[in-house]
Design a protein around this ligand. Sequence first.
Ligand code: DX5
Ligand code: ZN
Length: 218
Amino acid sequence: MNKHTIIAPSFLAADFTLGKESIKLMEEGGADWVHLDVMDGSFVPDITFGHKMVGDINTKTDLPLDVHLMVEHPQSHIDNFIKAGADYITFHMEAEVHSHRTVELIKQGGVKAGISIVPSTPVSAIKELIPYLDLVLVMTVNPGFGGQIMIPRCLNKIEEIREISSRVNPSLLVSIDGGVNSDTINVIKTYAPDVIVTGSAFFKAKDKKSYINTLRSK
Ligand code: DX5
Ligand code: ZN
């Protein structure tokens, strides 16, 4: 990879009763961002946490907070996550008809806007939005749970997104999320995503710094 790859450990795999310590593990491991998975039990089967958790974590770290909303009607929650101190708010285009308006609401709040697509959604579904976005989050598993096996075919979307963004939005960040570990990282690196999210493998790693370096190294 040519530039510094942003590594975003996911809080989902942490022990939720040890929030502060878990964030410290990320900081000490050399993480760049904290990835926060918000699930509503409707868009995805599981329920995790809401804006209060994001606000509380915001008081414990200076790392940018990368909020991944896996919720129905994301537009109605944007304001709360802006107030909570999110740096990036990413929502699923599959959950929002008026995605462009939602992107604009996020940006008007001074927050970077991202859109995520599940494995079955093609890049063409977000083509019209790419000029307006700060980030695209390519799901490499079906969202809803940590610790799943990566679907490698989803990585092809990185190239498709870059093909469009190089013309209309060269500063767009492309992020991947799901099934990242020391085995899958080699194939992931050939696609050079800007951001790599990692949950269970990060918290399982005995030496977190060395694990993050493995993800980041060329
Ligand atoms: C899954 C979440 C991911 C999750 C990744 O729906 O969006 O961020 O934490 O976990 P791993 O890295 O274990 O696949
Ligand atoms: Zn996520």
